[in-house]
Ligand binder design. Sequence first.
Ligand code: ADP
Length: 472
Amino acid sequence: MKVIHVSAECYPAAKVGGLADVVGALPKYQTNLGYEAAVVMPYYDNKQSKSTKYTVDYTGSVTLADQAYQVQVLKVTDSLKTLGYFLYQVKIEHLLDRENVYGYDDDTERFIAFQKVVLDWMLQFKSTPNIIHCHDHHTGLIPFMLTQAVKYQSMRGVPTVFTIHNAQYQGEFSFEKLSYLPEYNLEQSGILEWDYAVNPMAAAIKACWKYTTVSPNYMNELPHASTGLDWLFDTEREKSVGILNGIDADVWNPSTDKMIAKNYNVRTVEAGKKANKAALCEKFNLDPNKPLVAFIGRLVYQKGADIMAGIFDRALDANDVNGLVLGSGDPHAEYLLNELKNKYPGRYNTFIGYDEELSHLIYSGADFLIMPSRFEPCGLNQLYALRYGTIPVVRTTGGLKDTVKDIGEKGGFGIRHEHVSVDDVALAITRANKLYNDTTEFKRIRKEIMKIDNSWENSASEYIDLYNLIAK
Ligand code: ADP
């Protein structure tokens, strides 16, 4: 079986968040299961692409209204060997090939053009793929174009799977831009529409063969998650499956990770974490003898960024713990987190920015990782934390609920709280501090969590089972 994943992000070629981690790992595990997996994503003008070798797989052009762009689909040399799957990148000069993945005024145009080129490229395949697996709204028009566009009629029977990594971002745009789409029967425009706009996420849900969410609990939450699509999720529920994300156990492996100060495994976790914590604390002027509570992530409302500074302020005031935040996003949240450094010198620090290497050092060197998310489709940070022996402190929501069990329950290994409030999270950190001071129990849990297998091994085959239900 041949499956092609279509995505805006894929680690290591380009990463903004968890989407990249998933699309960078799932195909590798599918290849290991004996399937032919490929990823097609945009070519960005970033550091990674500058150091990658390519061959040209396709050349052509794409038109948006009256504007024509030259395009190439580039094949990454040796990607099957180095990444474990075939990787292709769509280069559209002056439109898609910019430094960042998102954040431009013409993102709508960029991703419509990307999706059209992906299908144009597939049109010249000798045999069509068995499955086209689209990820998030940037690829959400593909199931529609495949079923409705005149140009792609020959591929109409190719089954599509659409995975929702985050239903809050839907990619809506106005009807004026409908002319960018290839010709289709205008009577079918209703498939594209939601709430007086073109909504690629809604269109994907309506037009795809099956859709999935990245955790079972998020699937249950969606019909009442206030995304604006609640009713649609409710009515299309029969098409849906919740499949829990896994982690790439090769990339995220404390015994081989080259980005941390000292490698360790379950047997050597005490010495290993101690060395990484020492390196981390030295870097950020923190006391390695105090419990270290960290946060890593996008500083957005979803992640509780608006109360992050308040959480650390309250928690550090009430407990003898230290804090560290790695993230970027909302400028006001960044400002408050930077200010907090002055209030707690030697006890709290902030790193504003995106730093893959530092994130690995934090997963390995921190004692606790907080995730006070308002919603969390799956969440990967808690899974990385577990693998690195760092105890997750999470809100009971989405995938966090599926993957973290509170220490108050039988077999529990993490700390959960119900609300996204300074009080609730600070209280959870107080519980974390208590656990830290119960040294025997703390060390036992640390070892236990490192043994939990959250790798893609299990979930990758769930996707294959789903493909088998619909593949031709
Ligand atoms: P989301 O996709 O909503 O941002 P996930 O938990 O699914 O959240 O995935 C987040 C991924 O991005 C993880 O790999 C995390 O380590 C990484 N990450 C987030 N912010 C940063 C940052 N500032 N620096 C480095 N890595 C980050």
